[in-house]
Design a protein around this ligand. Structure first.
Ligand SMILES: [Zn+2]
Length: 118
């Protein structure tokens, strides 16, 4: 991959990374505030609040996973292996990288992974 393309993907990844860090921090703060409020709530309120918390928690987990994938993609840029499928080592489709710059697998391998064939 050409350096100017690499730089463009790197920029995209860095933007996504700071966006995600922001979201993950906000979600953590929200969890702490909800805990403090919980003291004064009656049972019905508590139930809906724990539902919300669970939702926020699973959301922050997927944000965290995404953050991890973005960090790994940045690492691959530094190592010079960015853009290659981690499974078959073929280049990941350019269109796919444009849409998902942190993609680890090419479309073929991704489909296989989704079918649990890898
Ligand atoms: Zn592949």
């Amino acid at each position: 991959m050409q350096a100017k393309d690499l730089n463009r993907f790197k920029k995209k990844l860095l933007e996504k990374q700071s966006e995600l860090i922001d979201v993950v921090h906000k979600t953590e703060n929200y969890g702490r505030e909800a805990d403090a409020e919980g003291e004064a709530m009656d049972i019905a309120d508590k139930a809906s609040s724990s539902y919300t918390k669970e939702f926020m928690f699973s959301k922050s987990n997927s944000d965290r996973q995404l953050l991890q994938m973005v960090a790994e993609a940045l690492g691959r840029i530094n190592e010079g292996s960015y853009g290659a499928c981690l499974h078959c080592e073929e280049p990941v489709e350019r269109k796919r990288l444009e849409a998902v710059p942190w993609a680890r697998l090419c479309i073929k391998c991704q489909e296989m992974e989704e079918k649990k064939l890898l």
